[in-house]
Each structure stands twice: as structure tokens, then as C-alpha cells.
Design a protein around this ligand. Structure first.
Ligand code: ZN
Length: 250
């Protein structure tokens, strides 16, 4: 019975049987792991409220054939302020869903763990501008997953889209980047227009730390659309966004 100790962020918590929960955790050294926490829903559970969705915990578990079993957990950071606020919770749920679909299987990437931790930290600590964090998070995660969107040159012809105003530009999730008007006409796939300034805004979100992410109000919708469509187009299996907690009655 191989026992191990790790830390992880609880991505999802699903009720199981009478009193148990199945938890998906993202760990820096093991990637995504699925564990069962036995008896966690009893009032006398030794886990208490330590394994709530989004909380960052240090835990001890032993390997099982399909699921590992958690035997101990200590809270490192609860992120309770996110769970107590719907606007924050929705953005966090979106970030968690992106981690699930883009960081496939149990391949560990410490940078993904750190990005998620800093993303949750930014959401908990600011009072507005959650969309900016969500967009910046999605972009940075895409890059870590090897799917950097092409935002400086046209994904069709390679023309520099720099800071010059080349007229209306477009985004193609299929081609993974921005398109000049000529290539948009030739591409035939699904594209959508980008209001002026969107590309510069996107490049800026990639450059600056998550906690400093800002987004002009007029660019919010187009920016989030780019990030969402880009992640969806590159998600292995295209699983969509998963909620961090099940909502069905017990
Ligand atoms: Zn082009």
C-alpha cells in the first residue's frame, strides 16, 4: 500500500455513497489525482471542512486501483471568500474547468498549479475586474499547455499585426489566432471580428502578473470570447467547463 504526501487544490467534489466524497485535486508533483475521502460528510468526520472545493490542502493518501484514499488533510489556504460570493465562484469555476480540460490527465506541471493558486489568490483579493483575471488566466494556461494563441502576426499569412491599424481584424479559434481581413475571407472557417485594441489588450494580459490584470470595459466581451473559443478549440476531448461542486440533492 503505497502512501504518499502531497499538496493540491480541490477542483471538484462529488458526493459518493452514504457519507463519502470523491475529490479531484490538482497537485504540483502528480498533476490531477482523484481520491475518495471516506466519511467526510458525517458531522464527526476528522476532515471537517478542510476539503471544500477550491481549498488548497496538504494531504496524505494511499494508492488504490482506481481511486486513491485520503487519510489526512490540512488546510494551507481555504479560499473561503471565493465560495461565499457567486461572482467570484463562477470565475473560479471557469478557471478550474479550464485546468481540467487543458492539463490532460496525470501529467504534472508545477507551473499550472502555481498559476491556479495565483489566479484564486487574485480573485479572492480583488473586488472587481474578475473577467480580467479569468481572461489572463486562460491565456497563460493555454501557453503552459502548449497552445499559445497567435496574436502578433496573422495566423493565415503571417503578416505583422503589430500596433498598426490594419482595419478590422478577426479571430479564428480553428487556426489558433488573429486573422487579417484578406485571410479571413479566404479561411472559410468560423471567425469573429475583434474591436480595435483587442489584440493589444490580449498581449498585455499575457505579459503582466495575474493580480495586475485589467481589461477595458468595451473590450471585455471580445476578449473573453477569444479566450473561451481558443480554450474550447484546443481542449483534448473538448469536455467543456466543469463545475467545482455538484449541485444535486443528496
Ligand atoms: Zn493574413
Amino acid at each position: 500500500m503505497a502512501v504518499y504526501k502531497s499538496k493540491g487544490i480541490v477542483l471538484r467534489s462529488i458526493r459518493y455513497g452514504e457519507a463519502d466524497r470523491i475529490l479531484d485535486l490538482y497537485t504540483p508533483d502528480r498533476g490531477l489525482v482523484s481520491c475518495i475521502a471516506k466519511g467526510i460528510r458525517r458531522t464527526t468526520s476528522r476532515f471537517g471542512a478542510r476539503l471544500e472545493p477550491l481549498s488548497c490542502v496538504e494531504f496524505v493518501a494511499y494508492h488504490g486501483r482506481t481511486l486513491d484514499t485520503i487519510t489526512q488533510a490540512e488546510t494551507l489556504r481555504s479560499f473561503h471568500k471565493i465560495r461565499e460570493d457567486l461572482a467570484r465562484f463562477e470565475v473560479a469555476g471557469n478557471m478550474v474547468g479550464s485546468v481540467r480540460v487543458l492539463s490532460g490527465g496525470d501529467e504534472a506541471d508545477r507551473r499550472v498549479f502555481n498559476l491556479l493558486y495565483h489566479g484564486l489568490d487574485a480573485i479572492e483579493n480583488r473586488n472587481s475586474g474578475f473577467e480580467a483575471v479569468q481572461a489572463a488566466f486562460g491565456l497563460k494556461l493555454s501557453i503552459l499547455a502548449g497552445y499559445a494563441p497567435q496574436l502578433s502576426t496573422c495566423a493565415g499569412c503571417g503578416a505583422d499585426l503589430g500596433d498598426t491599424n490594419r482595419g478590422l481584424l478577426y479571430f479564428s479559434a480553428d487556426l489558433g489566432g488573429a486573422l487579417c481581413p484578406e485571410c479571413r475571407t479566404a479561411s472559410g472557417g468560423t471567425t469573429f471580428p475583434l474591436p480595435p485594441g483587442t489584440l493589444v489588450g490580449l498581449r498585455n494580459l499575457i505579459k503582466i502578473p495575474l493580480r495586475e490584470a485589467t481589461l477595458e470595459k468595451r473590450l471585455r466581451e471580445s476578449t473573453l470570447r477569444v479566450v473561451r473559443s481558443h480554450i474550447q478549440a484546443h481542449a483534448p476531448g473538448n469536455l467543456g467547463v466543469t463545475r467545482p461542486v455538484d449541485r444535486q440533492p443528496a
